[in-house]
Design a binder for this molecule. Structure first.
Ligand code: ATP
Ligand code: MG
Length: 569
């Protein structure tokens, strides 16, 4: 390919709409253009990257026995009504009507369609297991489409669905996909972690998210600092290890203390001269059905996902000041568990606390020497707090490290959730009808491309991992007026192409500086520069984008050396 034939419209200016680096660079380097909020055209450079990611995905899906198919984007409302999701999916579902006024959705995901397909095509255990996948546009009317391809409304996803006879079968399919995903992101050259994630209040099945580690990530993940330990979890999920040291004091006499104006943990802590660890923080939450009091230590944060799971509820919100006053009789900041007439959920640490400080349910007043069991009843004891970096790993006890991540894939054990709703069954060996056991497994292909940029960039532009770069090598003659340089560039380019490399010849009549800047911005892993000095020695200059390292290579060794260099990128 020659640059003069390539549609790669690079921009000098950073477009104002772009907040994150991948969005800025995708626009500036001529990979994408916006059509409307969260909807983009993928230009040729982007297509080359996407095709490479798709190729890796296909190879790894097929290696595990996956079969590719392609399902419709337009999905009839009836199927969604059958699964019960037409109503619960909410405004994220793009809905439309045809000329006969029949309702449809643009597929945000394909559990309904695939389950209906398998329901009619599979009847016997002999046809199982089945792993079916597609790579296709998905539609989600996200509340806040932003960050370019990281959160768009039309995006490309690979989704695979597994159908098994039972849970043991599902476990095998799930393991296969875990392995496939690990290989895919490794082959893409990304730094990532599979992390345990929350599967929601209803379900409780296994799920892992694959997170590309990048500071701009929206998700926080915790993983063990010990290399041999593979514990890693989304902060929503990370489990606490309870340290009981220091709880051997004798309970002392409960007493009221005046704490005027001390609302926050910091204020109470300095006023009463106690550490935040000795304070019980009491927060009131509304679940839609009831108000509950949640107790965590003063130095901790409530984890609302864990809390919702502990309560088995779908929605939670902090109670407002009016509710707080009507339930506790005091303004916000003085709630406490003693003589409080609502359900009490205590974090594991609070259940073990001795002689704590808590609000007295009275303005400007706290209680000291509060002891659970003696002074108040706990209805639910559970891990309901956020775990933070530095806390012990639940698997090995070493310290946890926190990092930011971008979710590029998720694998999920669905069990019989959809097969039951849609009555998708098979006949087992004894002729008994049983629900199919399912799993679903998604990779955001366009998000993966953006995540790769979030993780691999510098001041000058993108630094593609070689495996997913749009071109592996760009060949640049320094002066396009120098005939020897131009003809050598041509020869070098042809040799690289003949040797099977994906090379691009920058044949534009631009200054060398402009070509170098574009090459850096677009992020080709290697740049072969044909200039006078190198030519005099029958050499070419090779610059490694990632390190900036410049090597002089004998022209005879061109193909070998380029191959070696790419192998390490
Ligand atoms: P998120 O929590 O980021 O909204 P999700 O958990 O809803 O994502 P899944 O249903 O698990 O997403 O979809 C599988 C994959 O599809 C995700 O891991 C992600 O890579 C990709 N994806 C989901 N939503 C978007 C989006 N709006 N734009 C781009 N990619 C997306
Ligand atoms: Mg997800």
């Amino acid at each position: 390919m020659r640059t003069t034939e390539l549609l790669a419209p690079t921009l000098r200016e950073v477009p104002a709409e772009a907040e994150v680096i991948s969005h800025k660079l995708l626009l500036r380097a001529g990979f994408i253009r916006r059509e409307t909020a969260g909807v983009y055209t993928y230009l040729p450079l982007a297509m080359r990257v996407l095709n490479k990611i798709n190729q890796i995905i296909r190879e790894e899906m097929d290696r595990q026995g996956g079969q590719e198919l392609l399902m419709p984007i337009i999905q009839p409302a009836e199927l969604w009504q059958e699964s019960g999701r037409w109503d619960v999916y909410g405004p994220e579902l793009f809905r439309l009507k045809d000329r006969h006024n029949r309702e449809f959705a643009l597929g945000p995901t394909h559990e309904e369609i695939i389950t209906a397909l398998v329901r009619s095509e599979v009847s016997s255990y002999k046809q199982l297991p089945l792993l079916l996948y597609q790579i296709q546009n998905k539609y989600r009317d996200e509340r806040r489409p932003r960050f370019g391809l990281l959160r768009s409304r039309e995006f490309i996803m690979k989704d695979l669905y597994s159908f098994d006879r039972d849970d043991e079968g599902l476990q095998i399919s799930y393991q296969k996909m875990h392995e496939a995903y690990t290989r895919i992101f490794q082959r893409c050259g990304l730094r990532f972690r599979p992390v345990e994630a929350d599967s929601g209040a209803i379900g409780g099945s296994d799920t892992h998210e694959f997170m590309v580690l990048a500071d701009s990530g929206e998700a926080a993940v915790l993983f063990c600092e010990k290399e041999e330990c593979d514990y890693a979890a989304n902060v929503e999920k990370a489990a606490q290890v309870i340290v009981t040291a220091g709880h051997d004091e004798e309970p002392e006499l409960l007493a009221e203390m005046s704490t005027p104006g001390a609302h926050t943990v910091e204020e109470v802590s300095s006023f009463l001269k106690v550490t935040p660890q000795k304070i019980i923080k009491t927060l009131l939450y509304e679940t839609g059905l009831e108000v509950v009091a949640v107790l965590v230590r003063g130095d901790r944060e409530v984890n609302e996902i864990k809390l919702a799971n502990a309560l088995g509820c779908l929605h939670l919100s902090l109670a407002g000041p009016d509710t707080v006053r009507s339930i506790t009789g005091a303004q916000v900041g003085f709630a406490g568990p003693v003589k409080l007439n609502v359900k009490i959920v205590a974090d594991l640490e609070v259940a073990a606390i001795v002689n704590a400080v808590a609000g007295a349910n009275k303005d400007d007043t706290h209680l000291i020497n509060v002891n659970p069991a003696r002074d108040f009843n706990i209805d639910v004891v559970a891990d309901v707090r956020m775990v933070r970096a530095g806390e012990p790993c639940p698997r090995c006890g070493e310290a946890l490290i926190e990092a930011k991540g971008i979710e590029v894939g998720q694998i999920f054990k669905l069990g019989d959730k959809y097969s039951k709703a849609l009555r998708a069954v098979y006949l087992d060996e004894s002729g008994r009808s049983r629900s199919l056991i399912m799993g679903c497994y998604g990779i955001g292909v366009t998000r993966t491309m953006a995540a790769a940029i979030e993780q691999n960039n510098d001041r000058d532009g993108i630094i593609w991992p070689a495996a997913i770069a749009p071109f592996q090598v760009v060949v640049v003659p320094v002066s396009n007026k120098d005939e020897t340089q131009v003809s050598t560039a041509e020869v070098v380019y042809n040799r690289l192409v003949a040797a099977g490399f994906e090379a691009l010849l920058d044949d534009r009549s631009e200054r060398a500086g402009v070509k170098f800047k574009d090459a850096d911005l677009i992020g080709y892993p290697l740049r072969v520069t044909i200039g006078a000095k190198a030519l005099a020695n029958k050499q070419v200059e090779v610059r490694v984008r990632r390190t900036g390292e410049v090597l002089m290579i004998d022209q005879d060794e061109l193909e070998n050396r380029i191959g070696e260099l790419l192998g390490g990128l």
